[in-house]
Write a protein that binds this ligand. Structure first.
Ligand code: PGA
Length: 252
């Protein structure tokens, strides 16, 4: 059972090969031997191989930012869980709000991706989060609950250890300012209770990580909270010093 904290770098559609090489080499130099924390890097698809190569003698794991649910076939532009495993990924992110918004991913599509990925042995970060409108109209819990129930529909309890829930309030992503510690605590406690209610006989429940403008200054406050098992880092993960400081503060 993995009780480690998780720090997950989501580079989104940023960085080209030279930047990737420089960044990964410096990160490996700085935190290669760190223990008690799972560090996962998620480059864009074309750079998975490069990152795999540079991290092969380290404890750092590799993730994709997306996956498709079918094994193979006429699905132009898509990438299957088997293909990700084949190039050395052990993780994939699913349901990031940017994909829900720009690629019109629905909870049903996300659920198929989750089911297919965990059944093939990939670890999954399933992202959920409320919009600013939902927050403003007091619909945060309703929205999160809906995304959890529909995203995790049909997942076998014995595969829950492969799942991490990434809570990312949509309105703070990339804004430079994280949600308040109070809001984070409330939603993480809510997610934890929802998971317990959804999987009453599971002996392991998914870890829950927070994302949305995490940086080296706010991470210590956030990671102290109950039911916060790590962080999903966007902007700050593309700077070696900032990212490694976050990792070091998480294990402190
Ligand atoms: P951010 O992105 O840290 O730049 O807010 C987080 C994410 O979208 O995963």
């Amino acid at each position: 059972m993995n009780k480690n904290k998780l720090v997950f770098a989501n580079w989104k559609m940023n960085l080209h090969s030279e930047d990737v090489i420089m960044l990964v080499k410096s990160v490996v130099d700085k935190i290669n031997n760190i223990s008690g924390v799972d560090v996962v890097l998620a480059p864009s698809f074309p750079y998975l191989g490069i990152v795999k190569n540079l991290t092969k003698n380290s404890k750092i794991s590799l993730s994709a930012q997306n996956v498709f649910w079918e094994e193979s076939g006429p699905y132009t532009g898509e990438v299957s869980p088997e293909m990700l495993l084949d190039v050395g990924c052990t993780w994939t992110m699913i349901g990031h709000s940017e994909r829900r918004q720009h690629l019109l991913e629905t909870n049903e599509m996300i659920n198929k991706k989750v089911l297919s990925s965990v059944s093939k042995g990939l670890n999954v970060v399933l992202c959920v989060g409320e919009s600013y409108d939902e927050k403003r109209t007091d619909k945060t819990f309703e929205s999160i609950s809906d995304q959890l129930h529909r995203g995790l529909r049909g997942v076998r309890e014995d595969l829950l250890s492969q799942i991490v829930i990434g809570y990312e309030p949509i309105w703070v992503i990339g804004s430079g300012e994280a949600a308040s510690v109070n809001d984070i605590a409330n939603v993480h406690n809510f997610i934890s209770n929802e998971l317990k209610a959804m999987f009453p006989s599971a002996n392991y429940l998914p870890r829950i990580v927070y994302g949305g403008s995490v940086n080296r200054d706010n991470i210590e406050q956030i990671i102290k909270l109950d039911n916060v098992n790590g962080a999903l880092v966007g902007n700050a993960s593309m700077d070696c010093d900032k990212f490694c400081d976050i990792v070091l503060r998480v294990v402190k």
